[in-house]
Design a protein around this ligand. Structure first.
Ligand code: SAJ
Length: 419
């Protein structure tokens, strides 16, 4: 019985999961090394932005079902949702999982279930078992292909929720349940059955790890195709948006949308974990990453040409041209600036054109703003009379629903094809 569930890592994935268990009446202990986040959660508030989450956390804390602490405590099941960034030349950084394993091991007891949710290179769950087993030689841990009685059940169950839709997708999405053994999968299924309505599909830990990476690499490769098409179409004087819409009328073609680059902490990162394990084989995956990472540079070149153009026809100096970037978040209708290509483009433009660059970001929230540089923000309507080069970077609904009507004196660089 999972009377108490502990969620370790109270970020964009862990906190919604914690709130979801509490919503079903389970006693939840949230663990995070960030004292600031722990304090905020214990006040019934949240330190991230996700629609619907604030109300759930507030209720869970008020009902005494969710508390946050900085060090692991005894529980029946543990869900680990800590970051797995990459370091140096795109090698995965497992230090957070290692630190959690070492902090968690002392509180484990016979019969507990440990589930890793963090996006991880293949083999990480087995590595985690080694870290746990080294710290707790008194407990028997599971090993793949050894179906024997164990004390601790371990599984890899990747999260696959879309930021902005987390509360709905946590419940509705199918989940992949990668137990180290079949018995481990069964124990993990008991945990997710508490709130998941989607199918809980069993596999082994390695396949589950790879499936998460595969899903995000699939999307990255397909966006790279769209981004590459946008460069080719531009050279050939073809409207890429029309081109894609036409091609997508074929019953078996479904091309994604080009943009200013691929951002976020998932799609721009996870494919590298595949490349890292099989560098000689992962050619398409690597090239897709490079194509998407290079798109912001192409956008900057477009802006440079636009600045020259305006300067020429308005008879201005290039340092008199006003540039406004529309959208800074990593995708539409969210406030998340992490790994945002739009923000990177705006910052690069600020270096190239000091004091000439401003931005409009309707979802701006100073707490979530991870910008190194202070970008002057303008109100959307006010910006329209001040801009010479309008750089549309993110298709936020405000920009889609209220299209501007620029005069011929404004040059538009539209990376999303909406203006
Ligand atoms: N993007 C495009 N063109 C498109 C679609 C997206 O340029 O047609 C860009 C976005 O603007 C953004 C980036 O790609 O910069 C990523 O956005 P996204 O909406 O594709 O994905 P994320 O990063 O918000 O969430 C992804 C999801 N994975 C898949 O759709 C396969 C989500 O389900 C995962 O849970 C999440 O990664 C994760 O945590 O791994």
């Amino acid at each position: 019985m999972n009377k108490t569930i502990s969620v370790i890592g109270l970020g964009y994935i862990g906190l919604p999961a914690a709130a979801m268990f509490a919503d079903k009446g389970v006693q939840v202990i949230g663990v995070d090394v960030n004292q600031h986040a722990v304090n905020i959660i214990n006040q019934g508030k949240i330190h991230i932005v996700e629609p619907g989450l604030g109300e759930m956390v507030q209720k869970a804390v008020a009902n005494g079902l969710l508390k946050a602490v900085t060090k692991p405590e005894t529980a029946d099941a543990f869900l680990i949702a800590v970051p797995t960034p990459f370091k140096g030349d795109h090698q995965p950084d497992l230090s957070y999982i290692e630190a959690v394993s070492k902090a968690l091991a002392p509180v484990l007891k016979k019969g507990d279930t440990v589930i890793l949710e963090s996006t991880s290179p293949v083999g990480t769950t087995e590595q985690m078992v080694e870290w746990l087993a080294a710290a707790r030689p008194d407990l028997k841990f599971p090993y793949e292909n050894r179906d024997e009685e164990v004390d601790i059940y371990v599984a890899y169950c990747p999260e696959r929720v879309l930021p902005g839709q987390v509360i709905r997708e946590l419940v509705e999405n199918d989940r992949i349940i990668g137990g180290i053994t079949d018995e481990c999968s069964n124990k993990a299924i008991e945990v997710y059955s508490i709130f998941v309505k989607g199918d809980l599909v069993k596999t082994n830990a390695r396949t589950a790890e790879m499936s998460k990476l595969t899903e995000n690499a699939f999307r990255d490769v397909n966006i790279a195709f769209a981004n590459e098409l946008s460069l080719i179409a531009d050279r050939l004087n073809i409207n890429v948006w029309e081109l894609i819409a036409l091609a997508n009328r074929h019953p078996r073609v479904n091309i994604l949308q080009p943009g200013c680059g691929v951002g976020g902490h998932c799609i721009a990162v996870d494919p590298w974990f595949i490349v890292d394990k099989s560098p000689d084989l992962a050619n398409i995956v690597r090239t897709a990453r490079e194509v998407n990472d290079n798109k912001p540079n192409w956008v900057i070149e477009q802006v440079k040409q636009a600045v020259e153009k305006v300067a020429n026809f308005a008879n201005k100096k290039t340092n008199e041209v006003n540039i406004v970037c529309y959208g800074l978040a990593f995708k539409p209708d969210i406030d998340d600036l992490r790994e945002s290509p739009a923000l990177a483009i705006a910052e690069k433009l600020m270096d190239l054109y000091p004091n000439q660059v401003k931005a409009v970001e309707p979802n701006y929230n100073s707490e979530a703003n991870h910008s190194e540089k202070e970008i002057a923000l303008l109100d959307y309507q006010d910006s329209l009379s001040k801009v010479d080069v309008a750089v549309l970077l993110v298709n936020h609904k405000e920009f889609v629903e209220n299209k501007p009507h620029f005069g011929s004196n404004v040059v538009v660089v539209d990376t999303k094809g909406i203006w």
